[in-house]
Design a protein around this ligand. Structure first.
Ligand SMILES: *[C@@H]1O[C@H](CO)[C@@H](O)[C@H](O)[C@H]1NC(C)=O
Ligand SMILES: *[C@@H]1O[C@H](CO)[C@@H](O)[C@H](O)[C@H]1NC(C)=O
Ligand SMILES: *[C@@H]1O[C@H](CO)[C@@H](O)[C@H](O)[C@H]1NC(C)=O
Ligand SMILES: *[C@@H]1O[C@H](CO)[C@@H](O)[C@H](O)[C@H]1NC(C)=O
Length: 371
């Protein structure tokens, strides 16, 4: 018997076992999601989009099984050729299934890109990316900020959707948990569920929540509790649209004629890092590591202006930025911006590779990717 035939038989056996496991999970998956939510007093049926989301979750399991079959054939071929595996990790990627885009079709002044898992896998293949750590992008679950019931339910559904993508393609993806801030108690609960039960690698938060930056006293119990959990915890701080609060009404605040996603997002990152630094949130909760997109946006170039007025925390802050902060390179950051981050003493070993797919700037809508 030729070696290649032997390999295909092992692969066929492994595959049929895998298919059975997935088929069982699949027939149960939505029931399991509903009952886990109910056990946590979360009513997912308040979300009108639930059937579409469940359809995507079920479909991704089926597709993942098929993909697994072709991937195992491919990797046997690679093994035979002794090709070097590609180990690039993309630490800033987004998923955006059609049902989520339907809830929030525009962000930061630009249309949310159309995305499918097929696009994601093709992009990774084209770029030699083995694994992507993804999140849902801004605004995460904060689609109806004044409704706790809807925000809590959407955070759970986003986490189940993210976990489904990860399980359907084992070894290819990890995800950041979504949390229903500003509802702190529910946020702590959801973060724990997503990390312990669904395998999230960290927690996604956005730069401001309904106009409150992350150092706000109302969020302190969240940081305090996450810090108390065993081991290193990761908080990922994604930029959002800045807002103004006037007589309890929240308005999008974009002071220039340019789209907020291109300009204001970088200042948002600077604002919220300033807030976390001046409130000493980053100093006090030492088990928390932070991942900051876009090499810190406008933060490196503004940090001295801010921190020189606070000499008692000046040195310690820079020490934290160089050790417990990780900075991703998403965006056109390598023309000039990277010099600013290295210039404040952050070692290049704290920089992570990130693509921002499928939100990367300058991509004409619906162009094939990779070109
Ligand atoms: C899930 O599958 C198991 C058997 O694997 C079965 O006992 C159980 O009733 C199923 N649950 C649902 C909700 O279908
Ligand atoms: C599953 O695969 C089909 C066929 O390639 C594709 O049209 C569909 O979008 C995929 N669905 C998911 C959820 O990946
Ligand atoms: C951090 O601790 C300092 C005292 O060392 C205190 O002044 C500050 O309010 C604390 N900040 C937070 C967010 O706990
Ligand atoms: C900060 O570091 C500088 C240079 O290492 C040192 O001269 C200064 O005394 C330090 N400041 C504080 C407040 O520790």
């Amino acid at each position: 018997m030729k070696t290649s035939t032997l390999f295909s038989i092992f692969a066929a056996v492994a595959l049929s076992k895998f298919s059975v496991v997935v088929a069982q999970e699949e027939s149960n998956i939505t029931a399991t999601i509903l009952s886990n939510a109910a056990a946590d007093d979360i009513d997912l049926s308040v979300l009108e989009i639930l059937p579409e989301a469940f359809a995507e979750i079920e479909e991704v399991y089926v597709n993942g099984t098929l993909e697994e079959s072709t991937a195992s054939k491919r990797s046997l071929g690679r093994f035979a050729r002794r090709a070097t595996p590609n180990n690039i990790v993309d630490s800033h990627a987004h998923v955006s299934p059609a049902w989520y885009k339907a809830l929030y079709p525009e962000i930061g002044g630009a249309e949310v890109p159309d995305w499918t898992m097929q696009d994601q896998l093709a992009f990774m293949e084209g770029q030699g990316i083995q694994r992507a750590i993804f999140s849902f992008s801004t605004p995460g679950p904060l689609v109806w900020p004044s409704s706790k019931v809807l925000t809590v339910a959407l955070a759970r559904l986003l986490n189940e959707q993210a976990a489904a993508y990860c399980r359907a393609y084992p070894g290819r993806f990890s995800f950041y948990a979504q949390v229903p801030l500003p509802y702190t108690t529910e946020t702590i609960h959801e973060a724990k569920y997503a990390i312990e039960k669904l395998g999230a690698v960290g927690i996604w938060v956005q730069s401001n929540i309904d106009g409150k930056y992350l150092g706000d006293a109302s969020f302190k119990p969240f940081f305090q509790t996450v810090n108390s959990w065993a081991g290193r915890q990761i908080i990922y701080i994604h930029p959002a649209v800045p807002v103004l609060k006037i007589r309890n009404q929240v308005y999008d605040a974009n002071p220039t004629p340019y789209i907020a996603g291109k300009i204001e997002f970088y200042f948002e990152t600077a604002r919220t890092l300033m807030d976390l630094t001046l409130t000493e949130t980053i100093h006090n909760f030492t088990n928390i590591h932070y991942v900051i997109p876009h090499l810190g946006g406008a933060f490196p170039s503004t940090v001295d202006r801010i921190l020189k007025s606070y000499p008692t925390i000046y040195n310690s802050s820079f020490e934290i930025f160089s050790t417990r902060f990780w900075w991703d390179s998403a965006g056109p950051t390598f023309f000039h911006q990277v010099s600013g981050l290295l210039g404040i003493g952050v070692p290049s070993s704290q920089i992570l590779y990130g693509t921002d797919f499928p939100y990367a700037l300058s991509r004409p809508k619906r162009d094939p990717w990779p070109p």
